[in-house]
Design a protein around this ligand. Structure first.
Ligand code: PMP
Ligand code: GLN
Length: 384
């Protein structure tokens, strides 16, 4: 393993899911739903396979049906207009979208400012692209992890090429507000930065929180790469279908990288996801409501079990503080939890450069059946 990647080892998700399998514990670690997405979408995939659509290499940018559906979705939900032919690119999940964007847009030595804690592939992909990551730490404040805009402004230097954002935010559940996004957009315009914004949890926002795409702010459309994922939006994480929307020059750049990473993305699933994106609003509302109820159940249960709980405004993760339980090392806590309580969680510390800032925080996923969550809560209450 080369020096660029040596520090990254095995992804925490593989490690924790393997621990869940080995111990038989309930897996609230890795974020994948235990109920598959809509039946009619699965049927659409089967039909595509049977009809021979996508069984051979599909077009590099993605099948036209899916690119059109992505553009229509951005327009219907956010009033953003993208040309399906020049401003949409289908990727092998959001993971490839992130990798291809960074590989395409960074020069060696460029600085990337990202909100810490961050999804684990960000650091590895910045490193693979030869960039330097500059974390801006989200800090607990009045029950949520918040961005300090002055700290963000202070992190930008003459070497900063790109802001790498994620809202709704994994693992904290923070949803950036309109005011915060306005300030971020102004900063990007003023310092002439590109922005890669990971919005895979766009449909999972709760209560008063609202997801507003960064690309919709003044001056942002031409400098923003927006990332979406069928894994997160339709509960098909195994299909690995993602997409980006961006201005033509950015799409062309990211496509140049994508063509040498995977060449194209799996064909039949693209046709199915095109149909999924056209589902009526009732699908998206029901999905969000289902997750909100699960959030409420798990957040309340974790509180009763003695955890400090940061109630998420978005995503399907809840970040907790283990100090009220008399613990302080989240990594040790998560390694021991399967034996102690039969539950797997993920230590937030692995998502930080400043590990000490994340040490006492632990993430639980609630994209699981109610009965599973209830059982997990029961076990955690017995922790004592
Ligand atoms: N970004 C974030 C913030 C995520 O949580 C995930 C994990 N699902 C991804 C990207 C990767 O998405 P995909 O499974 O579509 O590759
Ligand atoms: N995004 C999911 C999570 O944060 C898992 C993705 C993965 O395993 N790479 O848990």
């Amino acid at each position: 393993l080369n020096r660029r990647l040596a520090e990254f080892g095995t992804t925490i998700f593989a490690e924790m899911s393997a621990l869940a399998v080995r111990t038989g514990a309930i897996n609230l670690g890795q974020g994948f739903p235990d109920t598959d997405g809509p039946e009619e979408v699965r049927e659409a995939a089967v039909r595509a396979l049977r009809d021979g659509r996508g069984n051979q290499y599909p077009p590099g940018p993605g099948v036209p049906e899916l690119r059109t559906a992505v553009a229509a979705h951005q327009h219907r939900r956010y009033g953003l207009s993208y040309d399906p032919d020049t401003e949409v690119l289908v990727t092998a999940g959001a993971t490839e979208a992130i990798a291809a964007s960074l590989l395409a847009l960074l020069e060696p030595g460029d600085e990337v400012v990202a909100l810490e804690p961050y999804y684990d592939s960000y650091a590895a992909c910045v490193a693979m692209a030869g960039g330097t990551r500059v974390p801006v730490t989200l800090r607990p404040h009045e029950g949520a992890f918040r961005l300090d805009l002055d700290e963000l402004r202070g992190a930008v230097t003459d070497r900063t090429r790109l802001l790498l954002l994620n809202t709704p935010h994994n693992p904290t559940g923070t949803v950036l507000t309109r005011a915060e996004l306005t300030a971020i957009a102004e900063l990007a315009v003023e310092r002439d930065l590109l922005v890669v914004t990971d919005e895979v949890y766009e449909h999972l926002v709760f209560d008063e929180a609202e997801h507003v795409p960064l690309a919709s702010f003044p001056g942002m459309r031409e400098r923003t790469v927006t990332i979406g994922s069928a894994g997160k939006t339709f509960s098909f994480t195994g299909w690995k279908v993602g997409w980006i929307t961006a201005a033509p020059a950015l799409i062309t750049a990211v496509r140049s990288a994508k063509q040498y990473l995977t060449y194209v993305s799996a064909g039949p699933f693209q046709y199915a996801v095109a149909e999924a994106l056209a589902l009526p609003d009732s699908y998206f509302t029901a999905y969000r409501e289902d997750m909100r109820a699960k959030r409420d159940l798990l957040a309340a249960g974790l509180e009763e079990a003695g955890f400090g709980v940061y109630r998420p405004a978005g995503t399907y993760f809840v970040t907790t503080d283990i100090r009220p339980l008399g613990e302080e090392d989240g990594v040790a806590f998560c390694r021991a939890l399967p034996e102690r309580a039969g539950v797997v969680a993920v230590p937030n510390a692995v998502f930080y450069d400043h590990r000490e800032a994340g040490a006492p925080f632990v993430r639980f996923a609630f994209c699981k059946r109610i009965t599973v969550l209830e059982e997990a809560v029961g076990r955690l209450k017995a922790l004592g």
